[in-house]
Design a protein around this ligand. Structure first.
Ligand code: M6R
Length: 366
């Protein structure tokens, strides 16, 4: 049942190229000129009337939502807020009649996310669920559903659900942009071409697994680690840190790279391991100067950048190179080495990778 893999988590990490491909199937025109989300039965004119979006989710799905916010705002111009479901349900959020609420949940059964969904519906909002389980409560109770076709995710640590949630959010952002006339045909085509290439990018990133396994042997001894990045890289850093904590039990903190000197830098001393993502071309120089801030304090830095970058290696101790895609799509490429790092560190520490202590796959209690 584990298809020859020692753990479900490793199997699911390796299933990502297929999961991404399946989630794209039938949603992009063959000539890469349009997004078609025929499952969305939105009333005539609704897409044009949406004036804000609230994304609500927990854990990894919340991290996907953070990427979703950046991408939807950038491409469609619609203002987006992202909330942790257990916060949203108790905070009396300001909604307009044309606020679209998007809940993201792999299982579709997370108690806090469902409560947020129900509260939004009670207030008369239209709710879209992005979920991996067709018959789940979220799928049944939402007005519209975008299914992520990741297939069953068994390991407690979420991997392929995250990458397919990102794919669904990219498609949705492009769909908004297309329907609201916010994107030129050329730009739409360029991004769709990038998205179409993601399964192959994921495949190539998986080829780095043996290298990550070697790195993970060093990381397995760490007690405190930091993940830093800017923009979308920061969102991926949050996800990488969660993975590491969840299964390897190594304390990890994700920080917006520019925020370090507002307190966290005090914790960077000799030998403290830092993972630094430098995938956002427009923010590259700024990130490198933050990397220099930590190396100057003796941090041991594992950097991540695009294949072909000759610069980063001069400022860090180890580098992971990932195949090129658009910076907008970098989270899909960047998260995979972080999933692998957490996995191999957990294995090296002898942990129960698929069933980490104190955690359940689906959190159906408040
Ligand atoms: O099923 P859901 O997507 O609603 O689950 C949300 C979180 O419980 C989940 O993503 C959790 O954070 C993962 N175990 C993290 O790997």
């Amino acid at each position: 049942e584990r298809g020859g893999y020692p753990h479900f988590m490793l199997k699911e990490i390796h299933e990502q190229p297929k999961a991404i491909r399946d989630t794209l199937l039938g949603r992009v025109s063959p000539d890469l000129s349009r997004v078609t989300l025929s499952e969305l039965k939105w009333p005539e004119g609704f897409v044009k009337e949406i004036d804000r979006i609230h994304i609500v989710a927990c854990g990894t799905a919340w991290h996907a939502g953070l990427v979703g916010k950046a991408v939807i705002e950038q491409l469609s111009g619609i203002p987006v807020e992202v909330d942790i479901a257990s916060e949203y349900r108790y905070r009396d959020p300001i909604q307009t009649p044309n606020t679209l609420v998007i809940v993201i949940s792999q299982s579709g059964e997370t108690a806090d996310t469902l409560a947020a969904l129900r509260e939004a519906k009670r207030r008369g909002r239209r709710v879209l669920a992005i979920t991996n389980v067709v018959g789940s409560s979220a799928a049944r109770e939402a007005d519209d559903v975008l299914v992520t076709w990741a297939g069953p995710e068994i390991a407690v640590a979420s991997t392929k659900a995250y990458t397919t949630q990102l794919v669904a959010l990219y498609l949705l952002a492009l769909y908004f942009a297309q329907e609201r006339g916010r994107v030129s045909q050329d730009e739409l085509h360029a991004i769709l071409k990038g998205i179409d290439g993601l399964p192959q990018v994921a495949e190539q990133v998986l080829d780095t697994a043996p290298q990550i396994e070697r790195f993970a042997k060093d990381w397995a001894h760490a007690s405190d680690t930091f993940f830093i990045g800017r923009g979308l890289d920061f969102s991926v850093a949050l996800e990488g840190a969660l993975k590491l904590k969840e299964i390897s039990y190594i304390h990890a903190e994700a920080y917006a790279a520019g925020e370090l000197k507002h307190g966290t830098l005090a914790l960077i001393t000799d030998g403290v391991p830092v993972i630094a993502l430098a995938m956002q071309d427009a923010l590259y120089e700024k990130t490198v100067s933050n990397i220099k801030e930590v190396t100057a304090r003796g941090a041991f830095v594992l950097g991540m950048t695009w294949v072909g970058d000759e610069e980063l290696q001069k400022s860090v101790d180890q580098v992971i190179y990932v195949p090129h895609t658009l910076p907008l799509l970098a989270p899909i490429a960047a998260v995979i080495p972080l999933q692998l790092l957490a996995y191999y560190a957990a294995v090296a520490r002898g942990n129960d990778v698929d069933k980490p202590r104190n955690l359940a796959k689906s959190v159906t209690v408040e």
